[in-house]
Ligand binder design. Structure first.
Ligand code: SDX
Length: 435
């Protein structure tokens, strides 16, 4: 980051001495005011619950322009990456900062492919869950449990160990997600097959059975690969910030990624794709398009507690570029599968049309986000609603581990330890009549 010639001065109305802070510029986007010395010089903290105006770190991985609705992975616009690359290209890019050449891609693909199996003992770990356990509960457990199997790469200060952990996590997430699904179906686990693509291999582990060979549908493979690309990273979102904060204690990467899985599960975050499809199915069952107006009135009534899931975003105050690409993918997959008249897609399009014309949404700059259409595509592919967020976690693992590694490669990184505004009880004695 570059020191700006601008300075920021904080003055106090009670005549306390003002304090001057350096301002830093990034490549693009808002400058930052470096307030690290604020507490030492003023005895005061800043106050920013939800981190609405706080940059928690310096990063070179992903840039979002919320007003323009732009998303860049290492400087490349998401629409170009989604059209011209596959998911492992994106993994290489996010991890290394550049798109791979042919040789680098072949080596990276082979490295990932040859790490897709998991220790056989994990099969027994799974058996401890009820068959109807939510896949995110299973995945949180499985990812955390990986730390029990890889004692050979736990030196997080060693870039090679961090790279090995990154490859293992990227490679094994599809296997773990597919195992969670097979377990819920009471079907045997399907082992990875090395002659398939990353995404084709995942589809086969999900839907093949020992009884017959599974042929990967290329349209579905491409669509799911694009879904992975769109979910790969997203700057300092809640789950990535969780991974960074968890990793800042020096814990192992598997524990840090498990923490990210847990955070992503929430309906305000990655759980929104599951909640959005449930919302659409409920609306469809209760009158569909004819009832959209009534539903939207509920959404606008604060007391109803109803939100239009898949809409709104902390950063995007314009259309989420991923939602546009997801809508296109929806159309491609539905027509390829002969589902052009999918009622849920039509309902979603109608909801979007009405919302984008409604003053409540216009005033609050609420647009569809990545979760609004992703559930419709995944449902068309045959993925159960309860697995949507696990798929999101599968794709986001590369972003999480790249951000974790970026943090640890900064020699000045510290353990994250926010402070607070305390409004609790003052010091008081325990009543003498106790004890
Ligand atoms: C993801 O951060 C990331 O980058 C996340 C993500 C990623 O890739 O990592 O992009 C993935 O999490 C996408 C977001 C998925 N969540 C949802 O779709 C759930 C529904 N949306 C929200 O609950 C909400 O929009 C958030 C959580 C996404 C953003 O919340 P903010 O920034 O805290 O905004 P807010 O809740 O303060 O809302 C501002 C106003 C409020 O109204 P007022 O109090 O100003 O009158 O907009 C309203 C909100 O009530 N509002 C909504 C709404 N979202 C916001 N009203 C109805 N429906 C909605 N969906």
């Amino acid at each position: 980051m570059q020191l700006s010639d601008k300075k920021a001065t904080l003055s106090f109305s009670d005549g306390s001495p003002s304090i001057e802070f350096p301002v830093y510029q990034g490549t693009v986007g808002p400058d930052v005011i470096d307030i690290r010395k604020l507490y030492g010089q003023s005895g005061m903290f800043t106050y920013d619950p939800g981190f609405m105006s706080t940059a928690s770190c310096e990063s070179g991985i992903t840039y979002i322009d919320g007003d323009k609705g732009e998303l860049l992975y290492r400087g490349y616009p998401i629409d170009q990456l989604a059209q011209k690359c596959d998911f492992l290209d994106i993994c290489y890019l996010i991890l290394n900062g550049e798109l791979p050449n042919e040789t680098q891609k072949a080596e990276f693909d082979s490295n990932v492919t040859h790490h897709t199996m998991v220790n056989e003992q994990l099969h027994f770990f799974l058996r401890g869950f009820r068959r109807d356990a939510h896949p995110m509960a299973v995945l949180t457990g499985l990812v955390g449990a990986l730390s029990a199997f890889y004692h050979d790469s736990t030196d997080i200060t060693n870039p090679h160990h961090r790279h090995v952990s990154a490859i293992r996590l990227i490679a094994k997430m599809p296997t773990l997600v597919a195992m969670a699904y097979k377990y819920s179906q009471g079907q045997p686990f399907i082992y990875p097959q090395n002659d398939l693509s990353y995404t084709g291999n995942f589809l086969r582990m999900m839907f093949a059975t020992p009884c017959e060979e599974y042929k990967v549908n290329e349209v579905v493979e491409r669509a799911l690969d694009r879904i992975f690309i769109l979910h790969a990273d997203h700057e300092q979102n809640a789950s990535t910030s969780t991974v960074r904060l968890c990793g800042s204690s020096g814990t192992n990467p598997f524990a840090a990624i498990a923490a990210g899985v847990g955070c992503l599960w929430g309906p305000a975050h990655g759980g929104a794709n599951e909640a959005c499809l449930q919302m659409l199915e409920e609306l469809q069952a209760n009158g569909g398009v004819a009832k959209v107006g009534e539903f939207m009135e509920k959404v606008k009534d604060k007391n109803s507690g109803v939100r239009l899931m898949g809409f709104g975003h902390r950063v995007y105050k314009n259309y989420d570029p991923r939602a546009k690409l997801m809508q296109e993918t929806c159309k491609e997959v539905l027509s390829a599968l002969g589902l052009e008249n999918d009622p849920l897609f039509k309902l979603a399009m109608e909801l979007e049309r009405i919302a984008l014309e409604d003053q409540y949404f216009v005033d609050r700059k609420l647009y569809p986000n990545v979760d609004f259409y992703s559930g419709i595509v995944q449902r068309a592919i045959g993925i159960p609603t309860s697995l949507f967020t696990a798929i999101f976690a599968l794709a986001r693992t590369v972003g999480w581990i790249a951000q974790w590694s970026e943090m640890l490669s900064d020699p000045d990184y510290k353990i994250g330890r926010p402070r607070q505004l305390y409004t609790g009880a003052q010091t008081r004695d325990v009543p003498s009549n106790r004890g």
